[in-house]
Each structure stands twice: as C-alpha cells, then as structure tokens.
Design a protein around this ligand. Structure first.
Ligand code: 26Q
Length: 802
C-alpha cells in the first residue's frame, strides 16, 4: 500500500513538474533539451518529492529525543539513484508514463546517470545497503563520508592489460545533493602540543574546512528519509590576495589547491597500503568533521554530555574512521572539560566497530612518527587510552607497538561492541586477530551477518522476477523478505517453474542485447552464464576459475562430440592499480579469451567474456542474468561476501567454498541446492604447514599440470611467450591461496553443475529454491540486529517497532 505521506500524482502533473525544472532549473526549452537536461529535470522533480518525507522524519526525530545512529564510512558505493528513488516513492510507472508523453525514453535517461562510485567494493556497497535499510526501517540515522571529486577509477583494457583513467562523476552537476555552505568545521593538522597552565594545547600547523553536502536517502514507500552527509575539503581562505598582488599567480591559488587535495580522490585499494600521509589526512578529515557535527547537534538540543551515549550511537565501518575514538575524547577533554576517565568511558559507550577482514596485510597500521607529526594531540590521547586500557583490563595488548599505531586495536579498545560480518568470520575474529583482546574483554565481539537491500538487488534490477513474485505471493515482500519462503510451495509446480525460467531467460536476453550494443560481443543465451564478478584478488581465486576453463577447453577439444554443456564464463572486476599479480591475472584472462573464443572447434561450447569497467550498474544487469554464481575464495579469507547473496536471491545457485556467508547461504538453501567444493578453513591452515604442498598437488593432477604448462610455455601469449612464467612459478613456489590444492575438487564440482544444468527442470527448481530461501539475507534483518544488539535504537515509523 502506498503510504499516505506521498501524495499521488498523475503522469500529466508529474510531466508538468519535469517541464518546470527543464525551464527554470536547467534554463532549456523542450526543443533544445539534451538527454542531460531531461535527466536533470527528472531527477530534480523526483528529489522534490523526497523533501517532505525528509523534513517530516527530521521533525519526528527531534521530537522523539531518542537515539540517532551515525554510520561513519570512508566509502559509500551508491550507484545510480533515479530508479532507486522512483521505486521507493512508488513512482516508477508514473515517471515512465510522464516521459513517454513528453516523447522521451525513460530507460535511456536512467542509463545516462553516472554511478556514484565512492567505494571500492563490498565494504562501500554494504554502507549503501545499510543506508537504504535504515530509512526503510525508520531508524533515525546519518551516514557520514567523503564527497570525493573522483570516485573509483575507470578501467579499460589495452591489448588485454588493465589501464586506469580518472572517474569524473562531478563533471556534471550531481542532482541529488544539497550543498550546505553554512555547515562547515575547521580540521587541523600537524604542529605541536604544549602545556598552558597544566592543560595541553594543540597548535596546529595547517587547517582546512570541511563543508557539508547532504543527500536525502528515501526508504521503501517513502515512509522515512535519513541523510547522507558527505564532506568536501575547502581552504580556510580561498585565495591569497597578497601573492596575487605581487604578481605570483600560482602562489595565490596554492592554499585552495592544497586543501582540496584531501577530498580529491578515493584510494583505489581494497587492502591497506599503510604509510600514505594523504590517506591518514582523509580519515581524520571526515571523522573529525562528523564528530564535531554530531556533538554540535547534541549540544544545540540542550543535551548533557553525561547522557551522550543515550542519544548517540557511532558505528565505525572498519578501522578507517578509528580516529573517532581519540577525536571524541579530545573534544570532550579539551573543549568540554571532562577528565580522561569520563571522556574515555563516554566515548566508548557511543562507539562500536565492524571488522571486515582477517588478511594481515589489510589491517591498518600507521608509522608512529608519521602519525605523531600529523596528529600530535591524538598521539598523546592514544597513549592515555592505552594506559587506561592496560590498567583497567589487565590486558597485555598494546595499541602502539614496534613504532606503529595499530588501528584495529585502537578501534577495539574504544568500542563497546566489535562485530564480524558472517558467522564464520566472527568466530575467526575471536580466534585469530583479536584472540587476546577477546579474552581481556569477553562478550565484546559479536556477529552481524551482512545483508543486501532487496529493493535494489531484486525489485529494481529484476523486473521479470519481481512481477512473477508479486503474482505468486503478493506484494508485501520488499520490506519483509522472508515472505519469499512462500515461493517454496510452488517449487514442484511446473507452470511456476516455466515462468521462473522465462524470467531468467528474459534477463539473459537483456544482458546479451546490452553487451552486443556496448562491446559488440555476441552471447548464446541458451548457454549457461557462469559469472564471477568482484575485485580481482588472489584470495578470490579468479585464476582458479580460469585454470578450470582452460582444462575444460582441453577436454572439449579432445572429445568434441561429447555431451558438453555450453558455457559462457563471465568475469568482471578491477585490480588495484599497484597490485601487480592481480593485473597479470586480468591480462591472462583476456589473453586466454582471445585464443579460446577464436577456436572453431570449441566456439559453440565455451566462451570467455570480460566486459571492461565493472561497477554497480553492470552488476544490476549481470546478476539477474546469471545461471551460476562463483564464490570460490580460499576458506577463511572472504569475511562475508555480499555478491553471493545477490546471486542466490536472483535465482543463481552457488558453486563455492565454506567461506564467509557462503556457509550460512548453504544452510538456508539446503546442501542439495549448493555446489560445495574445497578445503575448509581449518584444512587450509593445516595444508599450509605441509612442505611443498603446491608442487605435490600439481604432481597429483595431470589435468592441472597440463594447463600450467600451457600457460607457462606461452600458448596464450604467443607474441610474448614468457609473459606468465612469473605468475605460474609463483603458484608452484608459494601458492598461499591454495589454488592448486582446490583445483581438482573445483573441476569435479563444475562437472556436477554441468549434469544438473542439463536437466532443465531440476536446475530451475534449484534456482527457484535459492530465491525462496535467502530472504534472511535482507539488510533489513542485518540492521535490525545492529539496532537491537549494538545501538539500542528503535524505529520511529508508527507501524514498526524494531
Ligand atoms: C585502507 C587503507 C588504505 C587504503 C585502502 C584501504 C581499504 C579500502 C577498502 C581497505 C579495505 C577496503 C575494503 C574492504 C572490503 O570491501 N571488505 C569486504 O567487506 C565486505 C562487507 O563486509 C565483505 O563482504 C567482504 O568479504 C570484504 O572483503
């Protein structure tokens, strides 16, 4: 039921609103309007309709005097917003009809919007799903992050190798944000600390302003809207007039350029490369602005700092904003006169920390010297925090050690709750990275298994399946996803399964059309679409997928009249620009595709496709079209995964290891509807202790040995035969992620996939049961868990009480 707070509108009236923006906001008349003008006008007309629910939510939040949630994240990987907003407002059809009446193509306008790509991958996309769920649930919340001028780089391939270019989403106006020039805070860096009358005073060397830009985030059916507040760096003084008057024009603009550097670009690594001064400045910049902002809001409402934790819950998305602890302590002590002990305990009751990784190289650490030179006051405060922690808990775990500031330990010590992001991951957090701290603070570590928003990842991206579900179980599922369980009753119904398959086929045809138009690539929609899309990383094992592809190619060539299941292997994803091995893997996939796709003997049975520049919008086309979901990371390495949930929800069974949330997905869908293979996390640890495990695995597998020899001898790089010798030698010498050890098990699981896929009824049934049984992975369930176990925050939507 559309909510009463959204006034219904006819296509004619909405068309008039679009035209009003075309004229008065864009300054164009219909005859001269370009696609951009129509897109802007549509976006602004939609944005208008978000404002009233947004104000209403703000008013209710203020009146309730309850708790606000502050989600601090370096990344928000949002994607496009037109469809998202139209759908949440229940205006998709009205918008389509209005534009049709104006002679415009709605789909073309939607596709013109650049992705807001302010994130690298899973962690950033999770933050975006959480914002959607916080609004859908009506929990008063602010997302805080950085308004990067350049989002994640754009990827293209040159002779198969990845090249990067700057992303420029703000080259055009961003329709959804409201600039707030009046909301700005000074952020200080460097200098020194001295004692004035017994109290420390920070004399910074450099100051920039953090200036706010607000985007309303509308929830399902427009019942609630929260705010995403992104900070942009500005100089304190825009222009040095004295330099200008001296004729030094470069120096005149120097302060401006320097300040803006801080919010210029998203760091493109999804693992920490510590030691980058600018990265530390970015982290402090947005964290300090956010903490100053929430304190000002609290105090302006007459709050008493003794009760801060009853009104403020601050969630740290990984350690990137971990400086929030010392910053809050600093403000409470230096600006509001609390003593150390009170400041620390107040801050701790507000703060909680989510861990997203166990990879040792990804745990954030800063050289103490660098840290102290940029944040001298915080360095001292961390020493105070450490001293209090050691004294109060009897712990032996230090925050500053061996000349490094350890951000994980800092975040842990300053948080009242620490959570992992899947059941397996949370157990491993307790047993490995934070084993000692877990003993010192029993009960602090908890689990909150990740989730995804079903509005974007089913309702919006998969219209054919949406329609079938609506007809089968009604329309109440998008904000109550466990209702999908009602589809199970139809899994034995041939007519239902035919329609389920027809929806999948329509999505496969849509993908084929899109790829043909974009890249000129032709796909066989009858083939199995086998999809692996995610950042390129050794632990995610795209290489193992490729090795299996080559082995299959060998076998088809040897037995061309065998009963093969035609497959399209689809890869998508970016490598961090400095990650050499990941870039070699990309190159090898492209080189292999070139050779295999041109082989007349196998062409109709096996194809490799790797579209450039994978992003959120591409995921929205690929996921609904997938038959098979590749979730093949080395067990113990993928904290959760969220793509795994998106595929299952859209009816693509998983081939996967017992890693991250795969474990829980398999429990939900049933072992018989999941293609399991590979070593367990415990077996992985044990295997690594065996001498020469990689070479022995290769010796035991003639199939694998042959593939490795082909690659190493230059079969796929005839113009540069040695191109992959380093990659293959690395695999034999130190296969840390056990590609060689899991290869045979993976190959065999793929043959089980072939067998089931050949029985279309059996496959479709398995696919439908995946959709029916993964309702638990809604981010609404995840956020309900955070609200209950960490924040003690509640819904302000009258009909809900979470
Ligand atoms: C840190 C310091 C300097 C530069 C970059 C970074 C950095 C940036 C991004 C470190 C890590 C990230 C992103 C990590 C990430 O996306 N982790 C994923 O989080 C998902 C959501 O919980 C999980 O599902 C994935 O398993 C996990 O890999």
């Amino acid at each position: 039921m559309p909510d009463m707070s959204i006034p219904p509108v006819t296509p004619q009236d909405f068309g008039a609103e679009i035209l009003r923006h075309l004229k008065h906001s864009l300054g164009k008349d219909e005859s001269h309007a370009a696609l951009y003008d129509w897109r802007m006008s549509l976006s602004l007309a939609l944005r208008d309709r978000v404002v009233d629910p947004w104000f209403e939510s703000t008013r209710k939040t203020y009146e309730a005097r309850g708790k606000r949630v502050y989600y601090l994240s370096m990344e928000f990987l949002i994607g496009r917003l037109i469809e998202d907003v139209a759908i949440n407002l229940g205006m998709e059809e009205v918008a389509q009809a209005a534009l049709a009446e104006l002679g415009q193509d709605y789909a073309k306008i939607v596709a013109d919007e650049p992705d807001a790509a302010l994130g690298n991958g899973g962690l950033g996309r999770l933050a975006a799903c959480f914002m959607d769920s916080l609004s859908t649930l009506g929990i008063p919340a602010y997302g805080y992050g950085i308004r990067y001028e350049h989002g994640l780089f754009e990827q293209h391939f040159e002779n198969g190798a990845q090249m990067e270019t700057a992303e420029t989403w703000l080259a055009q106006r961003h329709a959804w944000e409201f600039e707030r020039p009046e909301v700005s805070y000074p952020i200080h860096f460097g200098g020194h600390v001295d004692e004035a009358e017994g109290s420390p005073v920070w004399h910074p060397e450099e100051t920039v302003m953090a200036s706010a830009y607000d985007t309303p985030v509308i929830g399902w059916q427009g019942r609630w809207a929260n705010t995403l507040r992104l900070w942009s760096a500005k100089p304190i003084t825009a222009f040095d007039l004295a330099s200008f008057n001296r004729g030094d024009y470069m120096a005149a603009s120097a302060p401006e350029a320097l300040a803006r550097t801080i919010s210029r670009v998203l760091y493109p690594d999804d693992t920490t490369k510590t030691g980058k001064e600018l990265r530390l400045k970015q982290e402090y910049f947005f964290t300090s602005a956010s903490i100053q902002d929430l304190l000002r809001r609290f105090l302006s409402e007459g709050g008493d700092l003794a009760e801060l934790a009853d009104h403020v819950a601050i969630q740290l998305n990984d350690t990137h904003p971990a400086i929030a602890g010392p910053e809050l302590v600093r403000l409470l002590m230096d600006e509001h006169g609390l003593d150390v002990a009170r400041a620390i305990s107040t801050a701790r009751r507000c703060l909680a920390y989510t861990n997203h990784t166990l990879l040792p190289e990804a745990l954030e650490r800063w050289p103490e010297e660098l840290f102290q030179s940029i944040l001298p006051r915080h360095h001292r405060i961390i020493q105070l925090i450490e001293a209090a922690h050691l004294a109060d808990s009897g712990s032996a775990v230090r925050i500053i050690e061996h000349g490094e500031v350890k951000m994980g330990e800092l975040a842990f010590v300053m948080a009242h709750k620490v959570n992992g992001v899947s059941a397996l991951h949370s157990d491993l957090v307790k047993e490995t990275v934070f084993a000692d701290l877990n003993r010192d603070y029993p009960g602090r570590i908890i689990n909150q298994t990740n989730g995804i928003t079903p509005r974007r990842w089913l309702y919006s991206c998969n219209p054919p399946l949406r329609a079938l579900i609506n007809e089968t179980i009604g329309t109440a599922w998008p904000d109550d996803l466990q209702q999908l369980e009602g589809l199970s009753a139809h899994a034995g119904d041939a007519a239902f399964l035919d329609r389920f398959q027809a929806a999948k086929d329509a999505n496969k045809a849509r993908l084929a059309d899109w790829l043909k138009a974009r890249d000129g690539v032709v796909l066989d929609p009858a083939a199995m679409f086998d999809v692996q899309i995610k950042r390129i990383h050794e632990y995610k094992r795209q290489l193992m997928n490729l090795l299996e592809t080559i082995a299959l190619w060998n076998e088809i060539r040897e037995n061309p009249n065998g009963d093969w299941t035609p497959r399209v292997k689809i890869f998508g994803g970016k490598a961090a620009p400095g990650y050499v091995v990941a870039k070699e893997i990309i190159h090898l996939i492209n080189d292999t595709a070139k050779l295999i796709n041109a082989d007349p003997a196998t062409r109709d049975l096996l194809q490799i496709v790797y579209p450039e520049n994978y992003n959120v919008s591409m995921a929205e086309i690929l996921i609904p079209a997938a038959d098979l979901s590749e979730q093949i990371s080395t067990a113990g390495k993928e904290a959760s995964g969220t793509g795994n949930m998106k595929f299952a929800l859209n009816g693509a069974p998983t081939i996967g290891t017992l890693d991250g949330a795969n474990v829980e997905i398999r429990e939900c869908v049933g072992a018989e509807n999941f293609f399991l293979f590979g070593l367990t996390a415990a077996e992985v640890t044990a295997r690594r202790a065996e001498p020469n495990y990689a070479r022995r695995a290769v010796e035991a597998s003639p199939r694998l040995a042959r593939v490795l020899k082909q690659i190493e001898s230059g079969v796929f790089s005839p113009s540069d035969k040695g191109r992959y010798s380093g990659l293959i030698q690395g695999l034999l010498d130190h296969d840390y992620f056990l590609v060689t050890c899991d290869f045979d098990s993976y190959f065999e699981a793929q043959r089980r996939v072939d067998t089931v896929f050949a029985d279309q009824a059996a496959w479709t049934r398995m696919a439908a049961l995946n959709t029916a049984r993964v309702g638990w992975f809604s981010s609404d369930r995840t956020i309900t868990g955070y609200a209950r176990d960490i924040w003690t925050a509640s819904s302000l939507i009258a009909s809900r009480s979470s």
